[in-house]
Structures are given as structure tokens and as C-alpha cells.
Design a protein around this ligand. Structure first.
Ligand SMILES: [Zn+2]
Ligand SMILES: [Zn+2]
Length: 138
């Protein structure tokens, strides 16, 4: 009886292991935004990944450069997003985050999660201030 039980456990483990490998397409992707690991959860639509990115808009017209690098093997999504205008700005302290570079919408600030422990979407789960990109400077 005891031997039978441990065999069942082994079979179950094999099944679970196989299942994880077989369902690679629904494995969560690690999203990295401008080099910062994010807690964002990526949506799936057939073979497309849906990435909910937050873009702060502070003036009449905003131009963003966004490039995405999808690595299916590593289950990684590398996102580079920069405000075109931001590059032209000066070197003043960021007043949104008091120059800390941390996202003030997070709890605690800069953690990438909200008070409920879920991904905080203003900073796309990176914990970095979206206005200065975590640099503390505008
Ligand atoms: Zn945040
Ligand atoms: Zn800031």
C-alpha cells in the first residue's frame, strides 16, 4: 500500500512537470521596462502578447518611442519606452517623486505594487517614477 502511494506521487509530479512544459505559451512573461523588472502581467491573445503600458501625458502633444523585444525562450519581454520630448528637458529635480525616482503611487513607494500587493499600473509595475524614469531628474 505504501509503495503504491509513492508511485502515485511520482506519477503526479511527472504529470505536473509535463503540464508546465506543455503549456509554455501561458507561462507568465517577465516584463522589463527600461532595464527595470516589472510586476506587469502580460495578457495573451492567441500568439499575441498584450502589454498594458502606462504613458503619462503632461502636455498637448506627447511623442513616445516604444520598442519591444520578445524572447519566447526566456519568457521575457524587454520594453524600451522614452518620451521624445523628455530628452530635451533640463536637469531639474523631479517634483513628482521629490527626486527620489520612486513611483509615489506604490505602497510602499518604489515597490511596483499597490496597497493590495497587486501590480501598480501607473509605473507599469516597475516601481520607478514615470515622469523622470526613475532618475529623479526631469
Ligand atoms: Zn507605481
Ligand atoms: Zn520622478
Amino acid at each position: 500500500m505504501k509503495a503504491k502511494l509513492s508511485l502515485l506521487v511520482v506519477v503526479l509530479l511527472t504529470f505536473l512537470g509535463g503540464y508546465t512544459i506543455g503549456s509554455a505559451s501561458v507561462e507568465p512573461y517577465q516584463v522589463v521596462i527600461n532595464g527595470n523588472p516589472s510586476k506587469l502581467k502580460v495578457g495573451h491573445d492567441k500568439d499575441s502578447l498584450i502589454v498594458p503600458l502606462a504613458l503619462p501625458v503632461t502636455s498637448d502633444q506627447e511623442d513616445w518611442n516604444i520598442s519591444l523585444l520578445r524572447d519566447d525562450k526566456a519568457h521575457k519581454l524587454d520594453v524600451k519606452m522614452t518620451s521624445v520630448k523628455r530628452k530635451l528637458r533640463g536637469d531639474t529635480d523631479c517634483y513628482y517623486c521629490a527626486a527620489t525616482g520612486n513611483c509615489t503611487q506604490d505602497y510602499p513607494a518604489g515597490s511596483g505594487v499597490n496597497y493590495a500587493g497587486a501590480c501598480e499600473y501607473i509605473c507599469s509595475g516597475t516601481g520607478k517614477c514615470v515622469h523622470c524614469g526613475g532618475t529623479g531628474k526631469l
